[in-house]
Each structure stands twice: as structure tokens, then as C-alpha cells.
Design a protein around this ligand. Structure first.
Ligand SMILES: Nc1nc2c(c(=O)[nH]1)N=C([C@H](O)[C@H](O)COP(=O)(O)OP(=O)(O)OP(=O)(O)O)CN2
Ligand SMILES: [Zn+2]
Length: 141
């Protein structure tokens, strides 16, 4: 079941789009300070992505919902997060996962003519733990 939690991000865009998805993935935090998380274990991550913009494309989309899912789900679903190049230098904590999702989505959005912005990424790792990632204003187009 989707966790119906939607933190609001303040903005003045005409359109706001939200995409929810689940990603099943394994990870581990290779440091003794992480306790049990040092051992490989899995989560069904709940992810919510918020996109804002003032103009639509020729179809009337801010961006196709499916394209957002493809950027994240195709990349991470049923994988070991630690195996991905973006997690070679940093551990795949919830914070870092949210940050990397923002980077991947924002990069894709900037290839669009209407250039919408990714305003927020929510990553829920467990029923009791989640992170909200928001870019700095200077990181937006
Ligand atoms: N700031 C962070 N703290 C922790 C992270 C993280 O990514 N960022 N990750 C973990 C572990 O990976 C773990 O899977 C999740 O921890 P936790 O929420 O403590 O899991 P529980 O289900 O045991 O939570 P309870 O509320 O105690 O049941 C740890 N910390
Ligand atoms: Zn974990």
C-alpha cells in the first residue's frame, strides 16, 4: 500500500505534478556505526517526486508520468544500491538516495523544451523513517 504522505513544497508555479512509485532494492551501510544496517538487507522504498513548471509540452504534459517512473524505477528496482556508480564514493543512505534521484530527474527534465523543475523528492525507507530532499533555489532552472 502506498504511504499517503505528501509534504508540501512552497512554489509559485502554475502546474505541480506528483509521481508516486515503489522500488524494491537492497543496500548496506558499510560502517560499524550503522549497527545492523551494516548487513545487506532490503526495503520497498516508497518514493514521491514533485515537479513544477509554468508551461506544458505539445501534448499538454508537464512531463509524461511514465518518463518519471522510468528514470528511477528502471535504474534501481530489484538492484543492490551499493553496486551503482553513484554509491561508490558515498553510502546509499535514505538521504543520498533521495539526492541521487533528484539529480537524475532534474537532469532529464532539463532536456525538455518546457524545462520543468524537480522541486522535491520524498524517500520512505521504512514505515517509520523517511527523508525529504529539496534543492537549493540556485540549483533550479
Ligand atoms: N539518517 C539515517 N539513519 C538511518 C538510515 C538512513 O538511511 N539515514 N538507515 C538505516 C537503516 O538502513 C534501516 O534500514 C532503517 O532504519 P530504521 O528506520 O531505524 O528501521 P526500523 O524499521 O528498525 O525502525 P523502527 O522505527 O525502530 O522500527 C538506519 N538509520
Ligand atoms: Zn536499510
Amino acid at each position: 500500500m502506498m504511504q499517503q504522505f505528501y509534504p508540501q513544497v512552497p512554489h509559485t508555479y502554475r502546474y505541480e505534478l506528483n509521481k508516486d512509485m515503489h522500488v524494491a532494492a537492497a543496500h548496506f551501510i558499510p560502517n560499524d556505526a550503522a549497527g545492523q544496517c551494516k548487513n545487506m538487507h532490503g526495503h520497498t522504498y516508497f518514493i514521491n517526486i514533485t515537479i513544477g513548471g509554468d508551461t506544458l509540452d505539445e501534448l499538454g504534459f508537464l512531463i509524461n508520468f511514465k518518463r518519471i517512473k522510468d528514470i528511477v524505477h528502471k535504474r534501481f528496482d530489484h538492484t543492490v544500491l551499493n553496486d551503482h556508480p553513484e554509491f561508490k564514493e558515498v553510502f546509499p543512505t535514505t538521504e543520498r538516495v533521495a539526492e541521487q534521484i533528484w539529480k537524475a530527474v532534474q537532469t532529464e527534465l532539463q532536456t525538455q523544451v518546457n524545462k520543468p523543475n524537480c522541486l522535491q523528492v520524498v524517500v520512505r525507507e521504512t514505515p517509520t523513517s523517511y527523508v525529504v530532499y529539496r534543492p537549493k533555489p540556485e540549483e533550479l532552472a
